[in-house]
Design a protein around this ligand. Structure first.
Ligand code: CP
Ligand code: NVA
Length: 307
């Protein structure tokens, strides 16, 4: 493993092995603490967009395992503006051991990976959010044992989070369904990648418009913001279109009785997810957020070559 840029770059076996390592590291962390496998290693964290979970969970993952992390804000680096991405990558390669970047254009994280001679992790781009996808799969695996044959219904915008969730479901043989308003679906290219994966794994894929149809038999309901970072000028239009896709108690009642409700957070409460569902018995949104820490420890350990 040189970089961690997309779930689809890895085999099903590699993804499953990462999840199993995450479970092992999580158990170890709560039993006795993790050993200092990252001693002397520093993670450089480049952010072009705001973050709570990604920033803090990566920082703490490094600290728990004896390493350190450095936060580089949008204003400081000016990725591709103050300095070319290729130059930033080559300079940072001499200072830190590994990089994580949250960017607007996916091309920018690819460019960083191309020019750096240290590993690069994608901490969210406009295309995907693979670290989130791993934490999501970890959360589903903890609940159901594994993802094979699990019915996952994503309700809302076909965005970066939806792409990584679809790909991790495809890799692990889950049945992924999305319901989105017309024109707000997952783009054709990642769908084609998912189709290729499911030909091998037997996972299911369904692309619907009706949220009620999507949640029939669902063991997982997933939603995310209707307006992602960088789309703020579309917000008013989206707020008018998306209300039929709200995950509320009526929709949850139409799914499997033991359904879990997931959201990558930050949640826009009473927009895509109502308070009663977010704070109700089906919700796993906080354990899901906490799983970012454990999933990312596994990713870091693999990329740093210590596990
Ligand atoms: N889910 C997630 O990536 O959260 P942040 O934007 O707060 O990092
Ligand atoms: N789809 C959201 C996810 C935030 C973690 C965004 O890109 O803003």
């Amino acid at each position: 493993m040189k970089n961690f840029l997309a779930i689809s770059d890895f085999s099903s076996q590699e993804i499953q092995a990462l999840l199993d390592l995450a479970i092992q590291l999580k158990k170890e962390f709560f039993a006795s603490g993790n050993p200092p496998l990252f001693k002397g290693k520093v993670l450089g964290m480049i952010f072009q967009k705001p973050s709570l979970r990604t920033r803090v969970s990566f920082d703490m993952a490094m600290r728990h395992m004896g390493g350190d992390a450095l936060y580089l804000s949008p204003n400081e680096i000016g990725l591709g503006k103050r300095e070319s991405i290729a130059d930033v990558a080559r300079v940072l390669s001499g200072y830190v051991s590994i990089l994580m970047a949250r960017v607007f254009e996916h091309e920018h994280v690819l460019e960083l990976a191309k020019w750096s001679n240290i590993p690069v992790i994608n901490g969210l781009s406009d295309y995907n959010h693979p670290c989130q996808g791993m934490a999501d799969a970890l959360t589903i695996q903890e609940k159901f044992g594994n993802l094979k044959g699990i019915n996952v219904a994503y309700i809302g915008d076909g965005n970066n989070v939806a792409v990584s969730l679809m790909h991790v479901c495809a890799k692990l043989g889950a049945n992924f369904t999305i319901a989105n308003p017309e024109g707000y679906g997952i783009p054709a290219k990642p769908i084609e990648i998912a189709r290729q994966i499911t030909r091998e794994t037997g996972g299911g894929l369904k692309f619907l418009v009706d949220p009620e149809e999507a949640v029939k038999g669902a063991q997982v309901i997933y939603t995310d913001t209707w307006t992602s970072m960088g789309q703020e000028d579309e917000q008013a239009k989206r707020e008018k279109l998306f209300p039929p896709y709200q995950v509320n108690s009526n929709l949850v009642a139409k799914a499997d009785k033991d359904v879990i409700v997931m959201h990558c957070l930050p949640a826009h409460r009473n927009h895509e997810l109502t308070d009663d569902v977010a704070d109700g018995p089906h919700s796993v949104i906080f354990p899901q957020a906490h799983n970012r820490l454990h999933a990312q420890k596994a990713i870091l350990a693999r990329l740093l070559g210590v596990a």
